[in-house]
Design a protein around this ligand. Structure first.
Ligand SMILES: [Mg+2]
Length: 346
């Protein structure tokens, strides 16, 4: 089989400026990879690089030729395990770049077998989940308005970004307009350990499901301090990048939040899910602001998860790719009527 490969960078405007404790973004810079066989089968995958993890569209496009050379060298795109391992040996880091190739090949292979990706993996679509929808940081009144808009759109699980001097006020306001939703918060490393324990004590009054990344990833002892004292369950995100982090966080959080763009591939993501379970952790899959060139693939992991935070495409002003149907946040794998990840341009 002869495979042609190419990639292109794109800048996708967000619906609203998106602010977290570390800063604000107004667009998502992504790279889309395509592999095409001489029989016309096309696989699509996306990289949504995060500077927090050392990647930009420039670093992605710099290493993609080497990664696509690995695919060509292996010669059989169905050998996903071998290709992911060889890509990891080739660039070591650059997880978003490797992930774009991994997704494109999974899409391609499932399409050649004429199966949606979850069926190729043997997963039950009725075990799918609802994604949370994220309310970024803003003045409290704007966050209240965004919450009301999210409720109008049918979302019933909301994630609220925190890391300000008015965190309790924000949660109180959002809870007052959304008394029935499942709600969790993400501090994105903004708190000190003692501050986190104090804040979580007060936030526990608002029926939150859990708190994501209260303290910096560089402070594993601080994460354990919070985990042992906090009044709510703790999820690790920035502290949980790759498979080898799972044993490190197992005794300092309740939930492992993996992301394709941190771990570097779909097979690695599945290994992280199983390793997290073996360590007694619950599992969440999150995302960056991403198009369906990558989010659609993550949706197929939903039957293996406890929590899905896969709203990356929903935060874009417009996504050039359609993906897994997601009405009101329900990741409707059974409703997907195409093979592969479901990522298609409209
Ligand atoms: Mg997070």
């Amino acid at each position: 089989m002869t495979l042609a490969t190419d990639f292109e960078r794109r800048s996708l405007p967000l619906e609203y400026p998106f602010t977290i404790a570390r800063g604000t973004q107004t667009e998502s810079a992504v790279v889309t990879v395509r592999v095409e066989a001489d029989d016309g089968t096309i696989g699509v995958g996306g990289a949504a690089p995060s500077s927090h993890y050392g990647e930009t569209v420039d670093t992605v496009t710099a290493v993609l030729p080497d990664l696509l050379a690995v695919v060509e060298d292996v010669g059989d795109p169905h050998q996903l395990e071998r290709i992911e391992r060889r890509m990891r040996e080739t660039v070591r880091r650059n997880p978003a770049a490797r992930c774009a190739v991994s997704i494109a090949l999974h899409d391609f292979v499932a399409k050649r077998l004429d199966l949606p990706l979850y069926r190729y993996w043997g997963l039950d679509p009725s075990e799918s989940l609802e994604t949370s929808y994220t309310i970024g940081l803003d003045d409290t009144e704007t966050m209240r308005e965004k919450t009301e808009t999210a409720l109008d759109r049918g979302f019933s699980t909301l994630k609220v970004k925190l890391g300000t001097d008015r965190d309790v006020e924000i949660v109180e306001t959002i809870r007052s307009v959304a008394p029935d939703v499942s709600l969790f918060v993400d501090a994105n490393e903004a708190w000190t350990p003692r501050e986190a324990v104090r804040k979580i004590d007060r936030l526990a009054a608002y029926d939150l499901a859990f708190v994501e990344q209260p303290v910096p990833a560089e402070d594993p002892a601080g994460l354990r301090y919070v985990y042992e004292r906090a009044a709510l369950p703790i999820a690790a995100d920035e502290s949980c990048e790759t498979l080898s982090d799972i044993p490190q966080i197992a005794d300092r959080c309740d939930i492992a939040n993996l992301k394709l763009m941190k771990c570097g591939g779909l097979r690695e993501a599945k290994r992280m899910i199983h390793a997290a379970r073996a360590h007694g952790l619950e599992v969440m899959c999150g995302c960056m602001t991403e198009s369906n060139a990558s989010i659609a693939a993550a949706c197929h992991l939903a039957p293996l998860l406890d929590y899905a935070d896969l709203d990356g495409s929903l935060l874009l002003a417009e996504d050039p790719y359609d993906g897994v149907p997601m009405s009101g946040g329900e990741i409707d794998l059974a409703g997907l009527d195409r093979a592969g990840t479901g990522a298609v341009t409209e």
